[in-house]
Design a protein around this ligand. Structure first.
Ligand code: 3H9
Length: 694
């Protein structure tokens, strides 16, 4: 018998207990264990019913994603699921924790399902660029109806046990030990002589939608609404629609075909890479895996501005109380007011209840004066982005914070070591760089100072995950990973205007690639006046944006910038800007040329990759995949393109290096010369992924 499936006969109830940590994925050892046990049970007359349950903290969380793309190892999932579904004895799935993907598909092949109230039942394959490929698209609609099924499958969002009971996905709820509950339920099934229910045989919930598809089509369209460029969601909806077309077997064959197409496609490969990259980023390179985080019970946030407010909301959203500290009552009230308004707006859109708003606001306690941070285990500073102000705050915190408190700065580019230097405890200081809006954006760059202690890093990673953020540990340099690479891109987008490209052309190329917003639209949103003032202070000129600002074109807030705005936030290309650019070039004695879309894309992406290579060489990021995580979750890089470093690997590093060298020459820009690491990997025919993590 396989180690991954423990088999026990309890008075005629055969218990199959899957034990495959960490998440009880359906790896080959599990499939084999189930196959062998079910095969043996066929001829064992003492077996009256079967219970399928899992050890550890969860039921099956899906197929083993690490096996995808490799030669299949028998027995396949379909074979094992057939054995369960066709078992002549009742099979009860007793579910706790998660039943996700192949896990829920397995449960759907059992004749009865019971679950705990808080179990997560879902088919999240779409998030990996896939669709449920073990019958999920055909069985779930037969159980919960096609409307609910298409919502669940296209969005990948799970429901809990309570809702599962309401929609008929589970037959009962239990508390406590899944095996004991499963055995008890199985006995009841036997005592009541309940008929075996095979999901595949019951078409009753499809009938209404077969007669009138309106509700189904509307649900499919609504679920698919926000799928910029992704192929999997549409394929998911198509598979569910098949339940309304033909037989169960035909639907299964259609699902199989579509699943294989997606699994072998570029998008899912990139999405599966992103899944593992995200998890890898939580492991701090160079820190022993058993390093324990410090205890964090009390959290204080300094600064109730946009960032401090967003960070506080992130904690409150995760049910963690924070003390929000400001210098004066007025600033505090203003900050709290903005948060309340944000929550109210979400509630008005149906995103949360009024009760939730009260609960979350109740977790944020406003206080005036830094002394309120005395008891905090973690203090996150989010004050004005000026070194002198940050140093002042940290010197004061050093004097009042309790020993061992973690002191984090939300700086987006300042030197964390310089900030730490004003304290007597630089080992406790690090950066926690959240992205705006902080209550929405997933990324948290954890900036490791020269003296940051390993357990402080682990504490920050841990707490970031607890509040639903995706942490990536980076080193200390100007702009860290994300903003440093963004600067490399901004330099090129600015230069392109002086060569003949227009803002709308550059932005269109960038958005077509899948990034939600182009650099010029982003500039307009941020406001062009800030950069202009800073250039004036430093005596630097940048003719085109300077001319725009001299004309009062400060961006969205002024109703005009690189674009014009007619009341809303939609950027409208403006002939006046074309004219202004053309006149500026004339004045500068420059002749515009036609810049191709291909050149724009390469100059938007490859300089970032080049900077990424420098970042890796300098050890600012430990892994190329960490850089990808920063871009995926902090800057809206399209997940189906894996991240800039992954993308460069797929294009080929030799091509990237050659094009950069050519642009360096053509545009007389030494910053575009390929970085030594990029050159080396290109010459050796290697990829960034081939670099071992340090
Ligand atoms: C599928 O089922 C296809 C079928 O329809 C058809 C097939 C024919 N496989 O996230 P965590 C690893 S597709 C392999 O940190 P948490 C993960 O890499 C699948 N490994 O834990 C990590 O490893 P390490 C559909 C997996 O508690 C460790 O487990 N299912 C898998 O925060 C811990 O993971 C899904 O899409 C897997 N399926 O969250 C669910 N899952 O320690 C995907 C996890 O070495 N999984 N690992 O870094 C999840 O969403 C979360 O892992 C889960 C736990 C919510 C389960």
């Amino acid at each position: 018998m396989s180690e991954a499936v423990k088999v026990e006969n309890r008075d005629g109830i055969l218990v199959l207990l899957i034990d495959n940590p960490p998440v009880n994925a359906l790896s080959v050892s599990v499939r084999k264990g189930l196959h062998d046990a079910l095969d043996k049970a066929k001829t064992d007359n003492s077996v009256k019913a079967i219970v399928l349950a899992c050890a550890g903290r969860s039921f099956i969380s899906g197929a083993d994603i690490r096996e995808f793309g490799k030669p299949p190892q028998p027995p396949g999932m379909a074979e094992v699921l057939d054995m369960l579904e066709n078992s002549p004895r009742p099979v009860v799935a007793a579910i706790h924790g998660n039943a996700l993907g192949g896990g829920l598909e397995t449960a759907l092949c059992c004749h009865f399902r019971i679950a705990t109230k808080d179990t997560k039942l879902g088919l999240p394959e779409v998030k990996l660029g896939l669709l449920p490929g073990a019958g999920g698209t055909q069985r779930l609609p037969r159980v919960v109806g096609p409307v609910k099924a298409v919502q669940m499958i296209v969005t990948g969002e799970p429901i809990n046990g309570d809702e599962g009971l309401k929609v008929g996905l589970v037959d009962g709820l239990f508390e406590g030990d899944p095996v004991a509950a499963g055995v008890e339920f199985a006995k009841k099934v036997l005592a009541e002589k309940r008929p075996l229910k095979r999901v595949r045989d019951d078409n009753s919930k499809l009938d209404a939608a077969k007669k009138d598809r309106t509700a189904f089509n509307e649900a499919a369209a609504a679920a698919n609404k926000r799928n910029r460029g992704l192929v999997a969601p549409l394929a998911c909806a198509e598979c569910v629609a098949q339940t309304l077309e033909g037989t169960f077997e035909e639907g299964l064959a259609f699902e199989r075909k579509k699943f294989l197409e997606l699994m072998n496609g570029e998008q899912s490969k990139a999405q599966r890479y992103a899944f593992f990259a995200e998890r890898e980023a939580s492991k701090v390179a160079g820190v022993p895996a058993d390093t324990k985080p410090r205890k964090v019970d009390h959290v204080a946030i300094i600064g109730a501005g946009t960032m401090g407010g967003g960070i506080s909301m992130s904690f409150a959203n995760a049910g963690i109380a924070v003390t929000l500290i400001e210098l004066g009552q007025e600033q505090l009230d203003r900050g709290l007011g903005v948060m309340k308004k944000n929550y109210d707006a979400t509630a008005a859109r149906g995103g949360m209840s009024a009760d939730d708003v009260t609960k979350r606001m109740g977790l944020i306690t406003g206080k005036v004066g830094l002394e309120a941070a005395t008891d905090a285990d973690l203090i996150i500073e989010a004050v004005f982005e000026t070194m002198a102000i940050k140093k002042d705050v940290f010197a004061k915190l050093d004097a009042i914070a309790k020993p061992g408190a973690v002191l984090a700065s939300n700086t987006s580019y300042l030197n964390i070591d310089e900030i730490a230097s004003v304290t007597k405890r630089p080992q406790d200081v690090l950066g926690m760089h959240f992205f705006s809006p902080a209550n929405v954006m997933k990324l948290c760059e954890i900036v490791r100072g020269a003296k940051t202690a390993p357990d402080v890093l682990v504490t920050a990673v841990n707490i970031a995950r607890r509040i639903g953020k995706i942490p990536a540990v980076v080193g200390n340099c100007d702009g860290f990973v994300g903003n440093r690479m963004l600067s490399a891109r901004s330099k090129q987008s600015d230069k392109l205007l002086y060569e003949g490209a227009l803002p709308q052309q550059v932005d269109a190329v960038v958005t077509k690639f899948g990034i939600p917003m182009g650099p010029f639209t982003m500039g307009d949103m941020a406001g062009l006046d800030i950069g202009w003032r800073s250039r004036k202070d430093r005596g630097i000129k940048s003719e085109i944006p300077d001319a725009l600002c001299e004309d009062g074109r400060f961006g969205l807030k002024a109703g005009k910038g690189y674009y014009k705005y007619e009341g809303g936030r939609a950027p409208i290309p403006d002939p006046e800007v074309e004219d202004l650019i053309s006149k500026t070039l004339q004045k500068m004695g420059k002749t515009p040329r036609k810049v191709s879309d291909e050149e724009i894309l390469e100059r938007m992406v490859y300089p970032m990759v080049n900077e990424g290579a420098r970042i890796l060489e300098e050890g600012i990021a430990a892994r190329a995949s960490d850089i990808d995580v920063v871009w995926l979750y902090g800057y809206g890089w399209p997940i189906y393109r894996g991240g800039p470093m992954y993308y460069a690997d797929t294009v080929g590093l030799k091509h990237v290096a050659d094009r950069l060298a050519a642009y360096a020459k053509e545009t007389n820009d030494p910053s575009l010369e390929p970085a030594p690491l990029l050159k080396k990997l290109a010459a050796e025919g290697k990829t960034f992924a081939s670099l071992a993590s340090k």
